[in-house]
Structure formats: C-alpha cells, structure tokens
Design a protein around this ligand. Structure first.
Ligand SMILES: *Cc1c(COP(=O)(O)O)cnc(C)c1O
Length: 411
C-alpha cells in the first residue's frame, strides 16, 4: 500500500463558501451546488517542484500532488497520457490569424477527455468504499465510467437519451455497465439517477454532482500550462456542456498562480455551444449569473447537448472574469469545419471540437477574437466515434481497371 502525498485541506461549496470535511462521501453541497476541493497549496509547493514534475512519466498522474487521491492502490490506470498540442498552421494561414493550437484529447483512454474526470472520480469512489455508481450521459462520460468502474470492480448503471450515438451506447454496454436508453434528454436521465439513489444504493456520478471529476479535468489546465513552458495561451475555446473542463482549467490556473508557477495572465475563456442548445450563451448575453434550462435541445454535437448545467454560474463567472464570452455556432458550420480540419490539417476532430473551430472563424470575422491572439481549441474526443459523411467509389474486379476514371474521381 503506497501513500500518495496529498494536500487536500477541505471541500468548499462553490456557491456559499461553506466548508465540508475531506475524506467523506459528498454529493452536492447543502445549497445544491457543486463542491470544490481545496488544498494547502503552500505545503504542496514546498513538496514538489516544476523540475521534479518534468522528470516524471508523461501522464496526467504526474500532477498527483494537485489531486485528492491518498492511496495508489485505488488508482486504476488505463494509460492516461499527456495529450499533444497540435499547431494548425494551414488554417492559421488561411484565416490570417494568430497561432491556432489544437489540444487533442481524443488520445485518452476511451477516446475522450471524460477519462480525466472519471479516472479521478472512480479512484475517489474506490477510496471512499463505493461499490455501485450511476450516471446520465450523452455517451463519452458513460463510456469512461464503464471502463474505469469495470477495472475497479465497481458496479455501474448508465442512462442515455435514446438518440445517443450508437457507438457510445455499444461501448458503454460492452465495457460492462448496465445500460439503458430513455426517451428524453440527459436531464431526464439525471432524474432517474437522482430518484433511484435510495432504493438502488448507488452513488450519483452526474457531472458536477460529485466533487472529483472537476479535479480530473483540472489536469488539462496544469498540463497545457506545463506544455507551454508554464504560460497560457491568449484564448481558450471550449465546447461547453456541463462545463466541467472549463471550470476545472480555471481552477488549475488559480492554483498555479497562487504557488507562483504561472503569472497573473489568464486566457480569455470562450464557452462554445451549438445554436440548438445554448443556455450559457443566452445567460451570458442577458447578463444573468444562472442559465434557464434550454427547451427542445438539438444538435449533432451530442457532447454539448446539455439543456441545464448545475455549474452554470461557475462557467459564466470564469467567462466574465477572464474577459471572454459565450458563443453559439450552427450545426452546418460544425459540419463544415469538421471536414475542413480533417482534410486541411489531417486532424479528425469530434463535432464538439469542430464547433470550437467554427466559433473561431466566426469570431475572427466579428472581431471579438483579434488576429494577433494565440488560440487553443479543445478537441475533446476522437473523431472515430462519430459519423463521417464522405463519398467513395466502387471498383468492379470483373472488368479492366480504369485508371483514367480513378484519376478523375471526385472531380
Ligand atoms: C462531455 C463532452 C463535452 C463537454 O464537456 P463538459 O466539460 O462537460 O462541458 C464536449 N465534447 C465532448 C466530445 C464531450 O464528450
């Protein structure tokens, strides 16, 4: 049994500031808001240095001092590597703008950045003695939960809207979760998980309803800062559903500044949503701190089809404090940039990642993003999980091969 040095001091309600003891089972705070993990950052900074971290294995567990796990035996490892930052130089030239950097999270286990959050949440669940977990999901979170829970010997129940991408549903079921499709939205699935808590004795692993997924997603902020030589880009564009990643990165930057590893510069945080489901954009534009639930949500970017987010105020606070904004793009624009990035840069994004590129192009045009700003886009999942519409032609092996036709194909 190996003890991991941990510097957690307590948990704190993100809304009221009320403190809660660490090392106990928690869901939401008494106020019904997400709990944030707080650390003794000065002790953390005394125990580890940037140089020490640089020499560790290239995986997100290299930031273990910034994470809440106490015993390494509770950690399930599926290969949580650091994800590459890919410069999109052809697109930069085409749109005549500052640096475009794509953080490609599709390389993580289960093919999406949900692995970051769930690796942490499942390890903490194990540490706290949980044997059964449940979750509503649009796909990728359920897949990551299923994989990590199977490996950790935790039973899982996953509820998906019935139009969740088929590959996700199969992936979740194949990795050992009890898998259900419901004729509604993710919030309806969330209600099932909430209502079943007593009778099913499961732990609710919904986005932001437990404190540790944010800590896992926080590693994106730690990692990108380290990869950029302990600096941050001018702008981060993040496809926003529940907002865990945006909130997590914002927390990472605050913690890094507090220990003096980065300066006070923050990226402008841009929350990107789809026109068919844009509750955060509406709230941003109306100047409110909370977002009203979106009615009849619809978009091909299923990962950001979240009509209501528990952490709405945390997303909006970060966006506003950073001088960022929230913006919606159309499904048509998403489909265009999806293809454009695949053919121009050789990077097969997910539609949600493509939404950030669509938003970048749109906002360079509007002037809200300046042509001298460096911009980091988040590609959150491998494009291989999503439908790809592209044409191909047939060859009849019973005939002579017509190389002229082959040469002219696609014209
Ligand atoms: C979950 C998900 C998102 C949204 O992430 P949040 O941090 O929950 O806002 C975006 N894209 C993909 C592919 C996802 O799976």
């Amino acid at each position: 049994m190996t003890e991991i040095p941990t510097f957690v001091s307590h948990l704190e309600c993100s809304y009221t500031g009320k403190e809660y003891p660490a090392d106990q089972l928690h869901g939401l705070s008494d106020a019904g808001k997400p709990l944030l993990v707080r650390y003794d950052l000065q002790a953390l900074a005394r125990s580890v240095s940037k140089e020490e971290i640089r020499n560790r294995a290239p995986e997100f567990w290299r930031y273990r001092e910034f994470l809440p796990i106490r015993k390494s035996e509770n950690v399930v490892r599926l290969g949580e590597l650091m994800t590459p930052i890919l410069p999109a130089n052809k697109l930069r030239k085409k749109y005549n703008c500052g640096e475009i950097l794509i953080k490609d999270e599709g390389r993580l286990p289960t093919g999406s950045f949900k692995a970051r959050g769930l690796a942490l949440a499942v390890a903490m669940a194990k540490e706290l003695g949980i044997t059964r977990m449940a979750m509503p999901t649009n796909g990728n979170a359920g897949a990551a939960l299923a994989a990590y829970c199977s490996a950790a010997d935790i039973e899982t129940f996953v509820f998906c809207p019935e139009d969740t991408p088929k590959v996700n549903i199969e992936e979740i079921a194949f990795q050992g979760a009890h898998t259900f499709l419901a004729n509604g939205y993710i919030n309806d699935c969330g209600r099932i998980v909430g209502e079943g808590k007593e009778i099913m004795q499961w732990f609710d692993a919904s986005t932001l309803k437990e404190p540790y997924r944010i800590e896992g997603k926080k590693t994106m902020g730690l990692e990108l800062a380290e990869q950029l030589g302990w600096t941050v880009p001018d702008v981060i564009m993040y496809p926003t559903g529940g907002g865990t990643g945006l909130i997590g990165m914002w927390k990472a930057f605050a913690e890094l500044e507090e220990i003096g590893w980065i300066g006070s510069k923050r990226p402008r945080m841009i929350a990107v949503q789809a026109e068919g489901c844009a509750p955060i954009v509406k709230a941003f534009e109306e100047g409110t701190r909370h977002a009203a639930p979106w009615v009849d949500a619809s978009t091909i970017a299923s990962g950001i089809r979240v009509p209501a987010a528990v952490g709405d105020f945390l997303i909006l606070d970060a966006v506003r404090e950073s001088d960022g904004f929230a913006v919606a793009v159309s499904d048509n624009a998403i489909m265009q940039t999806h293809k454009e990035c695949a053919t121009e840069e050789g990077i097969l994004m997910c539609p949600e990642g493509a939404a950030t590129l669509a938003a970048l192009i749109q906002e360079l045009e509007s002037g809200r993003i300046k042509s001298n700003e460096s911009v980091m886009l988040f590609n959150c999942a491998t494009g291989l999980k999503y439908p790809m519409n592209a044409s191909h032609e047939k060859i009849d092996l019973g005939k002579d091969i017509d190389f002229e036709a082959i040469s002219n194909s696609g014209k």
